[in-house]
Ligand binder design. Sequence first.
Ligand SMILES: N[C@H](CCC[C@H](N)C(=O)O)C(=O)O
Length: 282
Amino acid sequence: MANTIIMSKYQGLGNDYLILDPKKNQVQLQGKKIALLCQRGFGLGADGVLYGPVEIDGKLGVRIFNADGSESAISGNGVRIFAKYLMDNGYITEKKFDIETMSGTIHVECLNSRATEFKVNMGKPSFISSDIPVSGEVREVIKENFVFHGKEYKATCLTVGNPHCIIFTDNVSAEAVKNLGPYVENADEFPERMNLQICRQVDKGNLEIEIWERGSGYTKASGTGSCAAAAAAYKLGLVESRINVNQPGGMIQIDMEEDGTVYMTGTVGYIADISVAESFFS
Ligand SMILES: N[C@H](CCC[C@H](N)C(=O)O)C(=O)O
């Protein structure tokens, strides 16, 4: 068979990523080829691509790409998946280690012997408009009025290394987020586009979300989306410091620390190694 490229496929609560490891394959990734790889019909089907291990600031890191080929500085499911990939492939033998991302250093801890559950320090969120970014004067974007697709919404926006818009509503459904998502993702107020979570508070320890991802659209789970929804609910005094974020693909546990640090705990799974046609990389 002609020279083929081996990629791995993993998922975090059904948010699935392909991994291209430059140490195993001498190929370069290009945006439009990433989009093709992520298509179900013409490609392999995935919510994104992880490219690594690569050096970031001289240390072991990963570059994260969405299904449309755009790059994201961080992905919560993506860093848990990559942590498992590193352990599965012998790059890492410790249980606690760091992964560099374009959003900074992520501290990861493997919680079980099969390396299928990880606790991740996702850093401190910021609600400041200029950090997220959201256009307009510098302010915290808390329950602010926005008009999306001609309708008024109250939204709380924040960054957890990538931008998130949280809309609290009782109508949390896949249909609702698919109808609203593209308008929020591409709204003029969001110069770097936006991830959307619509969110219902179930009780002081549980949220329910549906997700529309910047660059990937509807997904079954989002690690950064879970962090963002929990941090917004906590900021608004709706929940206690340990929050189970329930979403179509499963549950991600968030712990809010006194100093503002957000910890995310969730599972990941290995799906397959795949022999991929070289044409995807030429
Ligand atoms: N689409 C997101 C990145 C991946 C988010 C999600 N898959 C996660 O697990 O955090 C963005 O462009 O900011």
